[in-house]
Structure formats: structure tokens, C-alpha cells
Design a protein around this ligand. Structure first.
Ligand code: ZN
Length: 337
């Protein structure tokens, strides 16, 4: 930023002042648990309104098809302990979502499940088949006995019509027609929970959500809004709008109109409490600073303290970058679900 003439920064300073004066309108203003629970109901309504989600109509129309693992090539993952299926379901009228479903071997009872929304990258195939930043975490969860579902977000991976200019096309047109792109992601993830709740292998009372980056913010939002999520793992996102999107350019799909006027990350996460949360932040993550995550987590812990349940908030600050850690999350999900 030093290279810019100060005149180029004056509007940025204006925006920071606007944030300081007008941001976080929904921050919890009270002190007691009763006030907190009443606030949650109202703030959830504001969050839902702000996201401007599409309506859902039509049945799930779930199709399941086993994948022959010998036909796949992937990096180093142990393909054992689960079976892999390719599924499709209807999210909105006429819109079908592809996803991978991992079913643990030797299920003799209904299992807990984890929804694994991908980050802002190459989609569900990257999450599952490349070692990389995701470390194939849905497979690890499946080997530990969780049914895991990895859906494709609209505009990414197998749903990216490259000739239309990647997912920026969907982001822009969604906004032209009254949605936000995050609202679209969250509505589709709600349908993914419908899928998990509907299949015989899953205990619908034990569903969690765990994701990195865009998968982290979508985990944050859907866990805040949808009480069917009983535990959340938010990796590589939880910090603050002030320290991330306001401070440096991120993809425009994250700029939900008015969101930072209404909420900070911690205010949204407060809507999950006292349901348990594990936060993951790499010390070397350049875009989601871990110092800020520690400060925000301390604020979030106060809401868990209203319930005497501070141990339900775990914060894994690890030596790593923008990546899944898992060093607390895997065990935590086993305990919580
Ligand atoms: Zn984007």
C-alpha cells in the first residue's frame, strides 16, 4: 500500500469510518442468557433476510450411484474403510447438484454425518482426490465412522461453465435477479442437509458441518441459520470482516450486500452457540490473520460462558497456512456427534 499516493486511499479511509460508525448493527447488546436467546431468534431472521436466498420448490429427487474406486486416480489417499457414491439431487426447481457421498464400512446402526462444503477452488474433486490444502479430510472422517457429503457449489468444479467466465457470471447474475451468491450456496447446503436427513445410513439428529475457506464461511452461515447442524468446524475463515475483506481484495462473491453493516464474523458465530464449534486458523495464513482470530474467539467464548459451556468452543491455531488442520477437529466431532 505504501506505493499508492494517499489520495488513492481516502475512500478506503471513508469505508473504515463507515464500518466503525455503522457496522455490526446486530451485535448482541444484552448480558443474560435469556436476552441472548431472544437476540438469536431476531438476528437469525436478519441474517436470513440479508442473504436473500432463493426459494425451494420440488422434491429432492435423490439419485445414488456407486463409484468403482479402481477407475479413479488420486493422490495418496487410502481408499479403504468406506464406499464412495456419486449422487445428484434437486436443490431448486430444475437445478441439480452433483456430490460425493462417503459411507463408512460395516455400519450396523445409523451413523453421524458431516457435510463438507468445498472452498473457493476446483470443487469437490479437489477436496476429495488431491492431498493439497484439504488433506482429503472427508475420507478421514468417513474412516472414523461418519457419513460424509461433499457437494459441488454452483459455479465451481463440475458446475463451472468456463466459457461464461467462471463463477463471476453466476455471482453477477444472481445479484441482478435479487439473490446473493452466498444465499444461493446456503440454500443449496440446506438441501444437502435434507439429503443427509433422508438417507437410511444417517442419524438425522447427529449432523455436523466442516469446511475450509469458502467452505469455512458457508459452514459458519449454515450452522448459524439451520439448527439441524449440531456441531461446526470452521477452518481458514473465522477472523473479522475488518481484518479480511475490508482490508484487502477478495473474490466479489463474498460481498453480500450489507452483511458487514449487520454482522461481524463473531456475531454470526454467536448464532451457533451453545452448539459446539471448532475453529482452525493457520499462523501463516496470509488472508485470514490468526491474531484477529484469537481476538474474535475470545469474544465468542463469552457467549458460550453464558451457558457455562466454554469447552464447547475449541480454537486450533496451528503451524500451517490456509489449510485444514484436523488435529482437534476429528476427535472433537467424534465426541460431539
Ligand atoms: Zn468467488
Amino acid at each position: 500500500m505504501e506505493s499508492l499516493h494517499p489520495l488513492n486511499l481516502d475512500f478506503r479511509e471513508h469505508l473504515f469510518r463507515r464500518y466503525a460508525q455503522d457496522g455490526r448493527k446486530q451485535r448482541f447488546p444484552g448480558e443474560t442468557r435469556e436476552e441472548f436467546e431472544a437476540w438469536q431468534v431476531d438476528a437469525r431472521g436478519v441474517l436470513e433476510e440479508t442473504l436473500r436466498m432463493p426459494e425451494v420448490s420440488g422434491d429432492l429427487e435423490l439419485e445414488r450411484e456407486p463409484v468403482d474406486s479402481s477407475m479413479l486416480s488420486w493422490e495418496g489417499g487410502r481408499y479403504e474403510g468406506f464406499t464412495l457414491e456419486r449422487i445428484r439431487y434437486q436443490s431448486m426447481h430444475g437445478v441439480r447438484v452433483p456430490a460425493f457421498l462417503l459411507i463408512p464400512d460395516k455400519l450396523d446402526h445409523q451413523a453421524p454425518a458431516i457435510l463438507c462444503p468445498p472452498g473457493h477452488g476446483r470443487g469437490m474433486n479437489q477436496v476429495l482426490f488431491e492431498k493439497g490444502i484439504y488433506k482429503q479430510y472427508p475420507m478421514e472422517l468417513a474412516r472414523r465412522g461418519f457419513v460424509t457429503l461433499v457437494p459441488e457449489h454452483v459455479g465451481f468444479g463440475e458446475r463451472n461453465p468456463g466459457h461464461l467466465g467462471e463463477h463471476a457470471y453466476y455471482t453477477g447474475v444472481s445479484q441482478l435477479l435479487g439473490y446473493t451468491e452466498y444465499g444461493v450456496y446456503i440454500r443449496e447446503l440446506m438441501r444437502a442437509i435434507d439429503v443427509l436427513s433422508s438417507i437410511d445410513e444417517v442419524d438425522a439428529d447427529r449432523i455436523g458441518c466442516y469446511g475450509l475457506s469458502l467452505g469455512g464461511v458457508t459452514t459458519l452461515l449454515i450452522s448459524a441459520l439451520d439448527l439441524r447442524i449440531k456441531a461446526a468446524g470452521i477452518s481458514g475463515f473465522f477472523t473479522s470482516f475488518r481484518s479480511t475483506f475490508l482490508d484487502m481484495a477478495h473474490c466479489v462473491c463474498g460481498n453480500v450486500q450489507d452483511l458487514a453493516l449487520q454482522f461481524e464474523h463473531v456475531d454470526i458465530a454467536a448464532l451457533i452457540a451453545p452448539r459446539p464449534i471448532v475453529l482452525e486458523n493457520g499462523r501463516a495464513d496470509p488472508q485470514f490473520p490468526s491474531d484477529q482470530s484469537i481476538e474474535s474467539a475470545a469474544e465468542l467464548r463469552r457467549y458460550f460462558a453464558l451457558y457455562g459451556e466454554e469447552e464447547r468452543l475449541l480454537h486450533d491455531v496451528f503451524d500451517g497456512a490456509h489449510e485444514i488442520s484436523g488435529s482437534q477437529a476429528y476427535d472433537a466431532f467424534e465426541r460431539w456427534l
